[in-house]
Design a protein around this ligand. Structure first.
Ligand code: SF4
Length: 460
């Protein structure tokens, strides 16, 4: 029996074909794989062209980021995010219109046209901008299982980066990493000149704990609650941070899932309320936080507890800047951070974890080394670059994985470059400088030609 015969032979009697509607995730995967085509139609029939599919957003917010879309009225593509729902009314149902993370959406795709007589719904952002819509036509789907969603489409530069050879490609990437660290060192120097090294380090470590979604909010908190205040009363640090963050004012159902949590919250409130009146104007509103898509272990409440633990262990954390071997000292200092309550909690409302979880794990410590400590150290001691080159890559860095998928292609192609933090930083820099500015699906991006022209690439 030829298996293809099983696959392709038509039945003698054909049942009328009814195509089941795939689940939303499958629609998204098939759209990203190009199965719906690039040319779509707006509800009024106007053409909408997907110039660039962008990348999967694995964090909070819309489904795809860094896409480019051309609308009939304008020959220049518009860059931004794309949201895909089965029903156009899902935008309102899911509260996207109130969510600031959806402000950058430039196209809302949907599958089902609203039935006649259905209540009219709108794709409108928090700032009342009307987002264009277009429908996906299920009839265009190809048969077969849904594709394994790639993280991002490999770009046009994969070939030239491969053709110049691994050594030259590494030089290009490390040169980009050096450029990136230079910019971060300049930021460190500006901040240290304005506020002193201690406060600069405090603010940048806070920002690193905010992850991508809440970086700015963490920086703001560290500015409003400077290190010298926190260190003057370290026992109150967690209460003050969570209080200023607005988390201690949350409704009762969000505060304390059990006796231990309620006791912690009561003790924190006792430390917070004498300050609350004085600092009330500085308390962050609830919508300052982006919580959707944030993993429980990365919840801002837990990250604020980590920040307060950093303040409590400040001399050993600060010592990283002067250490002959910064990585060893940083992993030891940050890995030793602990708190009897927060070691086993993700939020005030969650139940205790069955096993303790590091307040600052190795991945976060690597990220702090690459983004905070080494830029600061390099501004005083340029020879530390050699140490930075030996820093292992940060595990679970989604943005770096996306950049690698765009620039280098499938994971096997990545094996030619070392798995170091420097390579990750270099790929991220190229991604930000070229991919995130391109709206032509690589067609007009100058990077591939530049890589090809340099042949061996610039030296690191
Ligand atoms: S936009 Fe440029 S740098 Fe990015 S993947 Fe395409 S060709 Fe490469």
């Amino acid at each position: 029996m030829d298996y293809r015969a099983l696959l392709f032979t038509r039945p003698a009697v054909r049942e009328p074909e009814t195509r089941p509607v795939p689940p939303e995730l499958e629609v998204q995967a098939r759209w990203f794989a190009g199965e719906f085509g690039r040319l779509l139609r707006a509800p009024d029939g106007a053409p909408v062209e997907i110039v660039q599919f962008g990348t999967w957003n694995r964090g909070a917010g819309p489904d795809f980021l860094d896409a480019a879309v051309r609308f009939a009225a304008d020959p220049d593509p518009v860059r931004g995010a794309i949201e895909i729902d089965l029903d156009p009314a899902d935008w309102e149902r899911h509260g996207h219109g109130e969510n600031p993370a959806f402000e950058g959406v430039v196209l809302h795709l949907y599958v089902h046209a609203p039935p006649p007589g259905a209540r009219e719904s709108f794709t409108r952002t928090r700032n009342h901008r009307l987002v264009p819509r277009a429908q996906l036509d299920l009839a265009r789907l190809v048969a077969g299982p849904p594709p394994e969603p790639p993280r991002a489409h490999p770009g046009r530069c994969c070939a030239p980066l491969r053709e110049i050879g691994a050594e030259a490609a590494l030089r290009v990437v490390l040169s980009a990493a050096r450029h990136r660290l230079g910019k971060k060192s300049a930021r460190w120097s500006r901040l240290a000149a304005a506020h002193g090294e201690e406060e600069a380090l405090w603010q940048l470590l806070a920002s690193a704990l905010g992850f991508h979604a809440n970086q700015l909010t963490f920086s703001l908190l560290a500015q409003r609650l400077p290190l010298h205040l926190v260190r003057a009363q370290p026992a109150a640090a967690a209460a003050w941070l969570l209080g200023l963050a607005g988390f201690l004012d949350a409704p009762a159902r969000e505060l304390g899932a059990d006796d231990e949590a309620r006791a912690w919250r009561a003790a924190a409130w006792a430390q917070w309320w004498p300050r609350r009146g004085e600092w009330e104007r500085l308390i962050l509103p609830r919508d300052a936080w982006r919580l959707s898509g944030v993993r429980p272990a990365n919840h801002p409440q837990r990250r604020l507890a980590a920040l307060s633990a950093i303040a409590g262990a400040w001399p050993s954390v600060r010592a990283v800047l002067d250490a002959p071997d910064p990585a060893t000292v940083a992993f030891a200092a940050l890995g030793a951070l602990s708190d009897p309550f927060w070691d086993r909690r993700c939020t005030l409302a969650s139940h205790p974890l069955t096993a303790p979880l590091a307040l600052v794990g190795d991945a976060r410590a690597s990220e702090m080394l690459a983004n905070v400590f080494f830029p600061a150290i390099l501004s005083r001691r340029p020879t530390a670059w050699e140490q930075f080159l030996r820093l292992p890559e940060e595990r679970s860095n989604r943005r770096a994985d996306t950049a690698a998928a765009r620039l280098l292609g499938p994971p096997a192609a990545r094996q030619t470059l070392p798995r170091t933090a420097a390579v990750q930083q270099g790929l991220l820099q190229i991604y930000e400088d070229f991919c995130q500015r391109d709206a032509s699906d690589c067609a007009r991006c100058p990077f591939p030609e530049r890589v090809g022209a340099t042949g061996k690439g610039p030296s690191a």
